[in-house]
Design a protein around this ligand. Structure first.
Ligand code: 13P
Length: 248
């Protein structure tokens, strides 16, 4: 039985005041939540969140990392720095990073490796654009994104990797993939992992992301191969996020 994981990706949305309010709101409802809950905060707020979630079930993640351990990389943040603030997760290869910052699948794989080498759990994001879906390329795109990681770190490393399927056309658009569309890709991803190792394929959590909200979370998370969600907009409101955390 795979665990259910709900992770909030706050993206570049936070202030000291809003972080305080959001975390206290989430904590107030956690007694009714049984899924694993992660909040991925912007770097400057990791310390604040670390302090607020002490002794709670809420876990901390970052949204990106540099693949190098240290050195002359102005403006960048390493896996070790993230770990220093109590974070155990890090989002890697989000579509916004792939498209806006030109992150290739091989760079994403390097980042996954750096996270794993430092005992951080990567939340590896994959997903196709609308153009690619309409051209019937969804499986090819997702397979290329995942195979690049398998090639670098090996299938065994997926014991410590969480995958998030985030169709680019569903991110921030309010246009969610239907449970059937999402389930089909999740099943494809699991089969792809299964070609290398069936037991790892069965154990790997695959989250859905893309306009998941309090209203549609239940239906999506109830699908056989959808093990939770990676939530953007709806993770910024404690009430909505908690509702999603209770789904599934
Ligand atoms: P939205 O939930 O705002 O569509 O964002 C999804 C996402 O990109 C999570 O990483």
């Amino acid at each position: 039985m795979r665990r259910t994981i709900v992770a909030g990706n706050w993206k570049m949305n936070a202030s000291k005041e809003s972080v305080n309010k959001l975390i206290l709101g989430i904590l107030s409802g956690m007694s009714e939540v049984s899924s694993e809950v992660v909040v991925c905060a912007p770097f400057p707020y990791l310390s604040q969140v670390e302090a607020l979630i002490t002794h709670s079930q809420v876990k901390l993640g970052a949204q990106n990392l540099n693949a190098n351990p240290a050195g002359a990389f102005t403006g960048e943040v390493s896996a070790n720095m993230i770990k220093d603030f109590g974070a155990r997760y890090v989002i890697v290869g989000h579509s916004e990073r792939r498209s806006l910052y030109r992150e290739t699948s091989s760079l994403v794989a390097e980042k996954v490796k750096a996270a794993l080498d430092n005992d951080l759990t990567p939340l590896l994001c994959v997903g196709e654009s609308l153009e690619q879906r309409e051209a019937g390329e969804t499986e090819t795109v997702v397979a290329e994104q995942i195979n690049a990681v398998i090639e670098l770190v090996g299938i065994g490393a997926f014991r410590n990797i969480i995958i998030a399927y985030e169709p680019v056309w569903a991110i921030g658009t309010g246009k969610t993939a239907s449970p059937e569309q999402a389930q089909a890709v999740h099943l494809f991803i699991r089969s792809l992992l299964g070609e290398s190792n069936e037991s790892i394929a069965q154990g790997t959590p695959i989250l859905y992301g893309g306009s998941m909200n309090a209203g549609n979370a239940n239906e999506l998370i109830s699908c056989a191969d959808i093990d939770g969600g990676l939530i953007g907009g709806a993770a910024l409101k404690a009430e909505d996020f908690l509702q999603i955390c209770k789904a599934g």
